[in-house]
Structures are given as structure tokens and as C-alpha cells.
Design a protein. Structure first.
Lengths: 175, 175
DNA sequence: CAAATGCCCTACGCCTGCGTAGGGTCACGG
DNA sequence: CCGTGACCCTACGCAGGCGTAGGGCATTTG
């Protein structure tokens, strides 16, 4: 881990590790430097200051989320199968909950989260409509369930997974 | 606001205000003292140290949540009406999302949240069963939706409300 | 009224984090 | 082989939070 030159992205990755493991309060230059076996001299070489680092992390996350959505949209599959996969896709997002918690203390983070929430909800709404479910409130409820599953502590990962599939089945049953 | 003697509960209330408005990082003795127009001398009179203050806040919150649940259980009403009310009851809980975010940085908070989540989910499961819905995964999904609604930024409060009622209607429609 | 107790203020030493200044080291191209 | 630029280290001053010592005011109690 030591005696290696670092890049911006190394710091950003370390930032997300710290955010996930210890919350937004761990996004400090000196603390991150310790985990990277270096000093904050490196940090202040790559980033102007701590807020600049934060915005770099944020745009990185937002970009990644949007890319995922675009890749999702461009799948040529049946609408129902796409829906199933999209609903399950939130399981891997261990950072999504961390970013959401971060959003409570930083306005620009909150704005970014609201932005991609809006996009994902819109996509889910049209996806459901394509499955024959026209009620947008149901899309909202399903999206809320996805968010809830990922913010809930891990009370059995399988339970949450079954919960979402059961919910999708229920929604698709009444058409 | 000034020249008034403070109690433990005044500090705890200020703590929750700070937690909701600025996140867990705002739970500091000196910062809270400023908002209460006093000094940290008062804080260290009422509490041994900052962690002790945190546990006081936590037990206060846990107690309140459990009391709410007990009051909920003891209502003599039809099962369906009780379900409707219970599902809507999460709207007023503006602190619930803040505590959930706090739980990500403090293990004991996480344990407390997991505890009351388990209790509420169990209650919701039996409530649904009493309404004729036996699938526990649906209870889990509905609870996740409640949690998701309160952690989502306020993209129209009415939208979220309609989402949950629509979801409950859907669940009750298929029996 | 006097004394004791509850509650708060001030001032201090310590630690941690911020951002900067200035210098060091290593990898290159010439 | 030398310089140049990218990258990192060290040391500093500043700010803010922690917890404590010791004293001050006010309210209750005898």
C-alpha cells in the first residue's frame, strides 16, 4: 500500500470507503491520508481544499449513477424482465445509503440525490406503464420500498430480496 | 430564551433539533450551548460527557418510539383502519430519518434502530395477517416503503402520502 | 437570616483538523 | 547527466471541540 504514487481517483475511492464505513464525518484530509499511508500534502496537491474534494466525490457518484441508468434503459429485453432486474439492482448499491445519509448534512449532496432520484423514479414509472401499470403512485411506492430496503440495516439480505420480488409480483398481478 | 435554568430534557430537545437540521456532527457540547444561549458548563453539569449525552438522546428516542407502538397496538379499531393509520403515522416522524442517518456512524444507535425496526415490522406483519394478508414478505416490503418515504427528500409530501395509500389498497385488493 | 445545594460561568491545557510555505524526491526528456 | 515538473513530506499558525478546576449567583432549606 505504501510508496506508491496516488491519483485523484485513489483519494475518491478512499473517500467512499470512509463514507460507507464511518459516515460523512470521516471525509477529512488527514484521516484519509492515514488510511492511504501518506500525508495530507498529497491531498492538497490533488484537491484545492476539502469542499472541492467533496464535489469531486459527488460528481463521481452522480456520473456513475446516471451511467448505470442509461445502461439500464438501453437493454433490449421484455419490460417485465427489465423491471425485475431494475428492482434488484439496488442491492449492490451499498454506497447509495451512505450518500443518502451524507445528503442530510450537505445541501449540494441532497440536490444531487434528489436529481437522480427523480430520474430513476421517472424511469421506473414509464417502465411500469409499459408493463401495464398506469398508476404513478405505485411507482413511487415501489421506489420508496427500494430505498427503504437499502437503508434498512441488514436484517437478512434474502428477506429484503424476497420482499421486493413479492411486491413486484403483486403489482403485476392486478392489471 | 436566555436567563432560564435548563433541564436535561432541554438539552436533549436541542440535540434532536441539531440532529435533524445539521446531522450527527452537530451533536457537540459547545455548539449546542450556543443555540441554547448558555455555556458548556451547563452541559457538563447535566451530562458526564458527550457519549453519555448521546445515550440519553438515544434512550429518549427509543422510549418514545416504543410508547408510540404500544399506544398503536392498544387501539380498539378495525384492523384495516388501524393499518391505514399506522402506515400514515410515519409522516410526522421527521426525526426518524435523522436518527437512521445517525445510526450509520454510531453502533449503539444502529442497534437501537434495528431493535424498534424489528418490533414495528413484527407488529405490521400481524396487522396485515389480521387483514387477511398472510405473506410476511409483503409486510417487509410495505415497511420498507414507509422507511423509504421518510428518508426520501420531500419531493411533494402529498405524493408520498398517496403512494402509501395506493400501496395499501393494492395489498388489500388481492385477498 | 444563614447555610447548603443546584446550576451556571470563566479560563485553562490538550487534541485534532484546516490550509499554506517551503523544501525534498523521483521519473522522465533532452 | 542535468534539469524540469509531478508528487509528496514537514512544520507552522489558526480555529474549534473536549473535559476540568474553581469560583459565582440563586434558590431552597433550616
Amino acid at each position: 500500500m505504501k510508496n506508491k504514487r496516488l491519483s485523484k481517483d485513489d483519494w475518491i475511492a478512499a473517500g467512499f470507503h470512509a463514507l460507507i464505513d464511518h459516515g460523512p464525518a470521516a471525509l477529512k484530509a488527514e484521516a484519509l491520508a492515514r488510511t492511504l499511508d501518506t500525508t495530507k500534502g498529497s491531498f492538497y496537491w490533488h484537491f484545492k481544499d476539502v469542499p472541492a474534494f467533496h464535489t469531486h466525490m459527488l460528481t463521481h457518484w452522480e456520473q456513475q449513477a446516471l451511467n448505470g441508468l442509461v445502461a439500464e434503459i438501453e437493454t433490449k429485453d421484455t419490460a417485465v424482465a427489465t423491471l425485475q432486474r431494475f428492482v434488484q439492482s439496488s442491492k449492490g448499491n451499498t454506497n447509495s445509503a451512505a450518500v443518502r445519509a451524507w445528503a442530510r448534512t450537505d445541501t449540494s449532496v441532497a440536490k444531487a440525490v434528489a436529481h437522480i432520484d427523480k430520474a430513476r423514479l421517472k424511469y421506473l414509472t414509464t417502465l411500469l406503464k409499459r408493463c401495464g401499470v398506469g398508476n404513478p403512485d405505485l411507482a413511487c411506492a415501489l421506489y420508496a420500498a427500494m430505498v427503504g430496503i437499502e437503508t434498512l440495516p441488514d436484517n437478512d439480505e434474502t428477506l429484503g430480496k424476497n420482499a421486493l420480488t413479492s411486491l413486484v409480483d403483486l403489482i403485476l398481478a392486478l392489471r
